[in-house]
Write a protein that binds this ligand. Structure first.
Ligand SMILES: Nc1nc2c(ncn2[C@@H]2O[C@H](COP(=O)(O)OP(=O)(O)O)[C@@H](O)[C@H]2O)c(=O)[nH]1
Ligand SMILES: [Mg+2]
Length: 470
């Protein structure tokens, strides 16, 4: 999902970066392009109009500051407004003072409710909770069995009985009490389309459960239909949020971008695959950054947390903060990166990579060539690649068994990467203010980033962009 949108933004922002000054006409043109990109991505028309208007106001107003290039300022504004459209802050679960915290899942048939129930159970366990699943879908004989299998795979018990859904819900509550479970997740039946009978059933279940959280589970692939059904369910049930599923599919992403504004409820979680592990809290800021090609750095950091060597990472962060990042750092990061497994998935989250690189099927051989090139450099060359003239480049190409084109490509990409590291607001994300001129121009609206900073410190890991040559 979001590939087309990300591609379009890649083009728009690249053109933008090549401009020195931005007059009203240029801003208008960029806005037009962004508008078309969003509409193509199936974003709700009202949402597009509103978003564009907010960006326009900020880009033509007095907000523009001198410390950023015009392109950086526009990107910063677009990023912030896109984040706002996606819902701003991630949803935070507040647990009931008197357990269990009850979570009700509703949605159409096949939307991914049963899968999401198990994924949520796993997620709650990771939060240190002790959940119980309840199978209140008695429509299809196999539904409860499916939940039992999934429940078992995540180590969470499933309660159900062959009575009726409302009775199961009531008994489930009692069972959670009896077993001392602090979270109750209730899976319900869906229909192919919204009908009164379905709405009536979930409403009655909801009446018995008095859930703390009611999530509407919806298939991202259904685009604007997803948004429309969410509106209908919200009227019937007063939703707390949406669980967007099948985000791994090739949907254009319009649903994700429209839900918050049209339904008025945030996306709480996204499901990116059939397995319960492929499920995560929805982070508007991360998705916005990712759509804008700034990379999903924080998700990557979380992903890397276990595999990454703390010391190496902290050293890299320190270097980045000093605005220094050498080929030696790069090499170290590359080796860390390799520990994380297949590179293709990791690359998609990295900031600033051209889409050809992101979409490329990377195997370790490609990385080995980059490593070979760096190994063929002398320590002083690694420290300061500007000394690399033609004859040195030829020596390196020969020494590494590559070509001068490959060496040139790597050098060019490395330079871009260094520049980006310095100029991106990411410098702030990395836990220090001095790292980049990029994010320092804004006044308000950054508090969230600094909120993240602490968390980042704890993890203390960072992954630079891994360029590679062909
Ligand atoms: N690719 C993909 N498949 C999913 C995802 N979530 C659910 N599915 C699949 O979609 C189908 C319907 O899911 P299910 O949980 O049974 O939907 P329910 O009818 O709403 O309970 C199943 O084959 C799931 O494995 C997802 O995020 N990605
Ligand atoms: Mg089901």
């Amino acid at each position: 999902m979001f590939e087309t949108l990300t591609d379009r933004f890649d083009g728009i922002l690249t053109r933008l970066r090549s401009r020195g000054r931005l007059g009203d006409a240029e801003v208008a043109e960029v806005l037009r392009e962004i508008r078309v990109a969003l509409l193509e991505a199936d974003v709700n028309l009202e949402v597009v109009r509103d978003l564009i208007e907010r960006i326009r106001l900020r880009c033509t107003g007095a907000e523009l500051s001198k410390s950023l290039t015009p392109a950086q300022q526009v990107i910063k504004v677009v990023n912030e407004e896109l984040t706002a459209t996606l819902g701003g802050e991630p949803l935070k679960i507040t647990y009931a003072s008197r357990p269990p915290t009850v979570v009700l899942l509703a949605g159409l048939q096949g939307s991914g409710k049963t899968t999401a129930a198990a994924s949520l159970a796993r997620w709650f366990r990771q939060q240190g909770r002790n959940p119980l699943l309840v199978g209140a879908d008695l429509q299809r004989p196999a539904a409860v069995e499916q939940l039992r299998v999934l429940g078992q795979s995540v180590g969470v018990g499933v309660f159900s009985e062959p009575t009726d859904p409302v009775a199961v819900a009531r008994a489930g509550l009692a069972e959670a009490d009896r077993l001392g479970r602090d979270v109750l997740i209730v899976d319900t039946a869906g229909r192919l389309a919204i009908d009164e009978e379905l709405m009536d059933e979930v409403r009655r279940i909801s009446g018995v459960l008095k859930p703390h959280y009611t999530f509407f589970v919806v298939d991202a692939m259904t685009g604007q239909d997803a948004v429309r059904t969410a509106v209908a369910f919200n009227e019937a049930l007063a939703l707390d949020g949406v669980i967007l599923t099948k985000v791994d599919g090739d949907a254009r992403g319009g649903a994700a971008l429209s839900v918050k504004q049209v339904v008025g409820k945030p996306i709480a979680f996204v499901s990116t695959g059939e397995r319960p592990a492929e499920f995560e809290t929805f982070h508007p800021d991360r998705l916005a950054s990712r759509i804008l090609g700034m990379g999903d750095v924080l998700s990557l950091i979380e992903k890397a947390e276990r595999e990454y060597d703390q010391d190496v990472a902290e050293k890299a962060v320190a270097r980045l903060q000093q605005g220094r990042f050498t080929f030696d750092d790069f090499l170290e990061q590359l080796q860390q990166l390799k520990k994380m497994g297949p590179l293709t998935g990791v690359l998609g989250m990295l900031p600033g990579l051209p889409k050809e690189v992101k979409n490329a099927q990377i195997d370790d051989k490609d990385v080995s060539r980059v490593e070979a090139i760096i190994h063929s450099m002398t320590p002083s060359e690694r420290d300061d690649p500007t000394v690399l003239d033609g004859s040195r480049r030829l020596r390196i190409a020969n020494g590494s068994g590559t070509t001068t084109t490959e060496v040139n490509n790597l050098l060019r990409q490395f330079k871009e990467m260094q520049k980006m590291m310095r100029s991106m607001p990411m410098g702030r994300l990395l836990g220090g203010g001095s790292g980049g001129s990029g994010g320092s121009g804004g006044s308000g609206g950054r508090s969230k980033k600094s909120g993240n900073r602490k968390k980042q410190k704890g993890g203390g890991r960072v992954t630079p962009s891994s360029r590679h040559t062909r």
